[in-house]
Design a protein around this ligand. Structure first.
Ligand SMILES: *Cc1c(COP(=O)(O)O)cnc(C)c1O
Length: 386
């Protein structure tokens, strides 16, 4: 039987506490960056263990831009990342006049491997942006070792990876220069729009704080507050307008408290899917291992050649017959007109990403799904692929 309600691909879980906190901000009259943003940053830093600087921004894209800028990435520099990601991972290099160098991914995990990085390194390479795709931690020891050997910066794109562990350390506390999270409406912690930039390096943190808000030097400001009037400030650079609002932070404060619970629920759903699809003509997503944890932001199946139906037809039937929203992550960057033309990219250079894209489909996986919703998705997938 076809259910009346369409099951969307993704939905944020916003509770009464989030709503009340936003209302409190509205009544307080403090709408933009203020006490709640500070509290969210402090809470976020505590969540990661307390010894990191956490800087709230209005998107992960802004955060990645700030991180690269603080690392001194500029004109003509090269930044290595994968083709199998959202365009934001790469576009931020272009903001600074630098060039992303795209590499193919591991066939099992669809993440950046240390082995793929080495051949892509040139004298102009300055940084690596590993993406913890779907929420599965990259092989970070290997990536950090390559970076160290070649003197490269590492900026982790953790847009899918909150919270995720690598070898018992939370992503965000490893030895990379920066980790950047997204709080976009569909991500594992949602503030509508928002992000967090995390680093252990005080100097890098300071540069991000200055550039996040118009290049205003807060330390210079604080130093002089006793002597200068309260309206006084100093601009030390042409900064950006990347600050988070207190309305977004109000959501983030309460989402953060529930982040581990949300993850536990997504993990339950992933396990049910994996158990239910083992005998189908699909490649299941890479699971967490003892070393590489999974936040299960996305559940990505790949239809095998013996599947009775194409990927596109599968998504259409899931929608039309099952009333279930599916998606595709990602159209690889080498298939996007801008990137393809700029670097003359072809499918042959990226066989894994090309294949994964052509047969890939993401199923709904979010905390607001009931057990009945999960059963319904399982039944429809099994029926359509039977
Ligand atoms: C969503 C996403 C981003 C960008 O996040 P925003 O907060 O929307 O700017 C960056 N990288 C990846 C892999 C993403 O999925």
């Amino acid at each position: 039987m076809t259910p009346a309600q369409f099951l969307p691909f993704a939905l944020p879980e916003i509770g009464e506490e989030e709503i009340n906190e936003v209302v409190d901000s509205l009544r307080s009259g403090w709408l933009t960056t203020g006490p709640k943003t500070k509290r969210f940053e402090d809470d976020f830093s505590q969540f990661l263990g307390g010894d990191v600087h956490a800087m709230a921004v209005n998107s992960a894209t802004a955060g990645l831009h700030l991180a690269l800028e603080a690392c001194g990435i500029g004109q003509g520099d090269e930044v290595i990342t994968t083709t199998y990601t959202f365009t934001a991972s790469a576009e931020v290099a272009r903001y600074l006049g630098a060039e992303p160098v795209l590499v193919d991914v591991d066939p099992h995990t669809l993440t950046l491997t240390p082995e793929a990085i080495e051949p892509a390194i040139t004298p102009r390479t300055k940084a690596i942006i590993p993406v913890h795709l779907a929420g599965l931690a990259c092989e970070m020891d290997g990536i950090l070792a390559v970076a160290k050997k070649h003197g490269l910066r590492v900026i982790e794109d953790a847009a899918h990876a909150f919270p995720t562990y690598y070898k018992d350390r939370l992503i965000g506390t490893l030895d990379s220069d920066f980790t950047v999270y997204s709080f976009y409406a569909t991500k594992t912690l949602a503030t509508g729009e928002g992000g967090m930039v995390v680093t252990r390096d005080a100097a890098l943190a300071k540069r991000c704080r200055v550039m996040r808000l118009h290049g205003i030097d807060r330390d210079a400001f604080d130093r002089f507050t006793s002597e200068k009037p309260s309206w006084y400030y100093e601009i030390v650079a042409p900064g950006f307008k990347y600050n988070m609002t207190d309305l977004a932070a109000a959501l983030g404060i309460h989402q953060l408290k529930r982040a581990n619970g949300f993850k536990a629920r997504r993990t339950e759903i992933a396990i049910r899917y994996i158990e239910a699809f083992r005998d189908l003509p699909v490649m299941l997503p890479a699971e967490a291992t003892a070393e590489r944890d999974h936040a299960w932001h996305l559940f990505m199946l790949r239809l095998l050649p013996e599947s009775p139906i194409s990927r596109n037809a599968f998504i259409e039937r899931m929608s039309a017959e099952g009333r279930i929203g599916c998606s595709v992550h990602y159209i690889p960057l080498h298939r996007q007109p801008y990137w393809k033309a700029r670097y003359t990219l072809t499918d042959e250079t990226f066989p894994v990403a090309t294949e994964a894209f052509e047969h890939g489909v993401s199923l709904p996986i979010y905390t607001r799904m009931t057990d009945g919703d999960v059963s319904h998705v399982i039944a429809e997938v099994r029926r359509i692929l039977a």
